[in-house]
Design a protein around this ligand. Structure first.
Ligand SMILES: *Cc1c(COP(=O)(O)O)cnc(C)c1O
Length: 382
């Protein structure tokens, strides 16, 4: 037997309280018992999304379902939208927008660059008829954190333009003030910061996004936001919900409320800092730029002369620690340590220890223990 550790930015580990809640016998979804679960989920999600003004809708789908819902509910074919991206997930929003016949303009940045709000400001000034701006807050493929607060300040000045934010690995890991920052649609998925198995997605819908919904003529059925809103008035869902996942979500949200959202974010910041310090002490180079490092995942360059795929494979198969590799152009060239959701200090220490042992085996030259030591010093700061 080998004990296993899941250190990826989704799916993420699930606390035992949540696992046990999900193991309860099935209940019917058209019952007062389940109505109470719906209420708890929506109220708890409003707390973690930091919103009072927006509605929160839940779908039985992966995160991509929430992304597609944003496009079909806010726009009509031919609408001008600006898609800003610096990684694989942001690019997906462009693919979805194109699939639905939107007229998309892309602001494409390198994976090691931060989206520049000034570029968005310039674009909107020249194209005031733009109906939407789409940005990823925490880009999981690159670990880059984009400044959606600054983007919110810009888009606010355009009453018919909605700001859509993919915060799928942002929520619960970094600050995301939906109301205060003027974010019209914010998305997340269950298998990230919410500490659940995959299968649920959530979106927030602001009054401005509802106005866009009224103008939108794209076809929609399963993801039609109004169907969800109408049912929410009775604490229920239009279609059979993911009953067990929602029971688990209510439990996970209870844990998040107990910790307090500010503390949850601070814990993530601390674990991310310890991970970075540990890797840098080993002489490894961080991938994301200093001006935009998120708390959800730490991508690191694989050192010269080492095979990145082999590194990830030894970590998993020999040491039981699953981390993520690089995607697309960075396959085999970077590895990514997730620390999003149900993570504590010793998950980071374990991962760094496994990383050190793996690097020693691969012949990389460094002082054994130096990564763990650097991480400990960060964690001991409290
Ligand atoms: C995980 C993730 C998604 C959604 O992916 P699914 O596999 O559909 O859940 C979208 N955006 C980001 C930034 C993600 O990390």
């Amino acid at each position: 037997m080998r004990k296993k550790y899941l250190m990826t930015p989704g799916p993420t580990p699930v606390p035992s309280e949540v696992l046990l809640a999900q193991a309860r016998p099935m209940i019917h979804h058209r019952t007062p018992d389940f109505n109470a679960v719906v209420r708890e989920c929506v109220e708890g999600l409003k707390y973690v999304f930091q919103t009072q003004a927006s509605d929160v809708l839940l779908f039985a789908s992966s995160g991509t379902g929430a992304m597609e819902s944003a496009v079909v509910n806010c726009f009509s074919a031919g609408d001008k939208v600006l898609v800003c991206y610096n990684g694989k997930f942001g690019q997906r929003m462009d693919q979805i927008s194109k699939a639905y016949g939107l007229e998309t303009t892309v602001l494409e940045y390198g994976w090691q660059q931060v989206v520049d709000p000034a570029d968005i400001e310039k674009f909107l000034a020249n194209n005031p008829d733009t109906k939407g701006v789409i940005v990823t807050q925490s880009e999981t493929s690159s670990g880059v954190l984009n400044n959606v607060e600054a983007v919110g300040k810009i888009v606010k000045n355009y009453p018919d333009c909605v700001l859509i934010v993919d915060s799928i690995t942002g929520i619960g890991a970094v600050d995301c003030k939906t109301d205060e920052w003027g974010l019209d649609v914010v998305m997340t998925g269950s298998q990230k910061g919410l500490m659940l198995p995959p299968g649920l997605a959530a979106v927030t819908v602001s009054p401005k996004a509802w106005a866009a919904y009224e103008r939108s003529t794209l076809p929609k059925f399963y993801f039609d936001w109004k169907k969800y809103l109408k049912n929410l008035a009775n604490d229920t869902t239009p279609f059979t919900p993911a009953v067990s996942l929602m029971i688990g979500l209510a439990e996970a949200l209870k844990l998040m409320r107990e910790e307090g959202i500010e503390n949850t974010i601070a814990r993530h910041a601390r674990l991310a800092e310890a991970t970075r310090a540990g890797c840098e002490a080993l002489g490894l180079e961080l991938f994301a730029p200093a001006e935009g490092r998120g708390n959800a995942v730490t991508p690191v360059w694989v050192p010269e002369g080492i095979d990145g795929k082999q590194l990830v494979s030894i970590m998993k198969n020999k040491h039981g620690v699953t981390i993520a590799g690089g995607q697309d152009d960075y396959t085999g060239r970077i590895f990514r340590v997730g620390h999003l959701g149900y993570f504590g200090d010793f998950d980071i220490i374990t991962t760094l220890a496994a990383l050190e042992m793996t690097l020693l085996e691969l012949g990389y030259d460094f002082e054994a223990g130096s990564g763990i030591k650097a991480a400990e010093l960060v964690l001991m700061k409290g």
